[in-house]
Unconditional design. Structure first.
Length: 419
């Protein structure tokens, strides 16, 4: 695909870098990227440069059609050494495993070519693991933004605190690698976008002179709400990308500790775990009244038949797409404080907040046994989402940030960074 000439009607030229191919049907954190890009491309020229794993689907056709240009660079891993050894070598050099997986000379060359040929107004890098590529924008003195979905060293530290035995050393090395990597890359950006108030402090500790901007996540609301009651047998649903450690921790906690206690009081209950790349630990939960589903074409049928959606997150920060999607679909939701971070819906009215294991069990049992209560909660959730979760505010905030960085580059006295 040839690069297009500059559009006279587009607001800004934005080169977006991602570690995966954005898809609107994604079952991981990339879904937020996908929806955001689709809306940004309505008024801005977007060039998308994505890494693509061998088994990964291509960029969603709806996104590709709306972008000015899309390139997918195959991510190739050196098979001569075991992956864990490669990760270990990387961590000793200050590169955490996810950043090592995203390291690609082919991607770097494609990025340099696009920067020189297309000359974007802004370079926008999504996910901390891709921050290693910021140097190419720095070399050309282009405005640059990091969109940091879930500050990595923060959730790595949480994971370290919950790890025991021999694996603790590896976790400690990963925390040190993330800290070093963040200190090296974050100050090279002009602005860093986070989604939740909680993320400002951990990001600010290593951001240098970069401006910190909070832009809350949004979600595309389905045209019609789903079944507010769910179908029999009464099912609890957890959705999450299992390549992300906080989701693995949540699934294991739910499957091994919380759900067995629910079953004691609701013997017919079922638990479904749906998400991208479930590993052996998560797959091992699939027995009895627990089912584990890997990457599914569409999560809607699972949401529709669920009586209750649960988000038992206890690691990491940021806002959770799974929480917003449950509210938007009009489902009864139980969430921990970490899962509900940044969500301005009212606990007790639009969803139930459960701070610990006992509260999670009580909330889930109560909703499973009280059909009318979960119906009221679901209706309230949907009504709130329709009024508060539109992407319009988020897209406007990104465009305001683009303008602020452009004014700063030209030395305009009105230059300002949105907060």
């Amino acid at each position: 695909m040839a690069l297009q000439e500059r559009s006279p009607t587009a607001a800004r030229r934005v080169l977006v870098c991602t570690p995966l191919c954005p898809r609107l049907d994604a079952r991981h954190g990339g879904k937020a990227t996908s929806q955001l890009l689709l809306h940004l491309a309505e008024r801005n020229e977007i060039v998308l440069l994505s890494l693509r794993a061998p088994e990964e689907e291509a960029v969603d056709p709806a996104i590709a059609e709306r972008c000015a240009h899309v390139e997918e660079i195959p991510s190739r891993r050196d098979g001569r050494l075991p992956r864990r050894l490669v990760w270990g070598i990387g961590m000793l050099g200050g590169m955490p495993p996810w950043a090592v997986n995203c390291r690609s000379p082919d991607y770097a060359r494609a990025l340099e070519r696009l920067l020189d040929e297309w000359q974007p107004d802004v370079v926008e890098i999504h996910f901390q693991a891709m921050a290693q590529y910021v140097r190419h924008a720095v070399d050309r003195d282009l405005p640059r933004i990091l969109v940091d979905y879930d500050p990595a060293s923060a959730w790595a530290e949480d994971l370290l605190r919950t790890t025991r035995g021999p694996r603790r050393l590896a976790r400690r090395l990963e925390v040190a690698a993330w800290r070093r990597y963040e200190r090296t890359t974050r100050p090279r950006f002009d602005a860093i976008v986070v989604f939740a108030e909680r993320d400002l402090a951990p990001v600010g500790a290593t951001s240098g002179q970069a401006s910190l901007v909070r832009i809350p996540l949004a979600v595309d609301i389905p045209a019609r709400p789903l079944d507010p009651y769910g179908s029999d047998p009464p099912t609890i649903l957890f959705v999450g990308g299992f390549a992300h450690p906080p989701n693995v921790d949540a699934a294991l906690w739910l499957g091994t500790t919380i759900f067995p206690r629910v079953l004691e009081r609701v013997p017919l209950a079922r638990l479904e775990l749906v998400g991208h790349e479930p590993g052996p630990e998560v797959r091992a939960l699939s027995q009895g009244r627990i089912a584990v589903h890997g990457s599914v074409p569409d999560v809607t049928p699972y949401l529709d038949r669920a009586a209750v959606v649960v988000a038992p997150i206890r690691l990491g920060g940021s806002m959770r797409m799974k929480v917003l999607e449950a509210l938007g679909a009009g489902k009864a939701l139980v969430a921990t404080p970490r899962a509900a971070e940044g969500v301005e819906a009212v606990a007790g009215q639009h969803y139930l907040l459960a701070a610990d294991e006992d509260e999670l069990v009580e909330a889930l049992v109560g909703l499973l046994l009280d059909r009318e209560r979960r119906g009221r909660l679901a209706e309230n959730a949907r009504t709130w989402a329709e009024h508060h979760l539109s992407w319009s505010n988020g897209v406007a905030a990104f465009e305001e940030l683009y303008e602020a960085l452009a004014r700063a580059r030209t030395g305009s006295p009105t230059a300002a960074t949105p907060g």
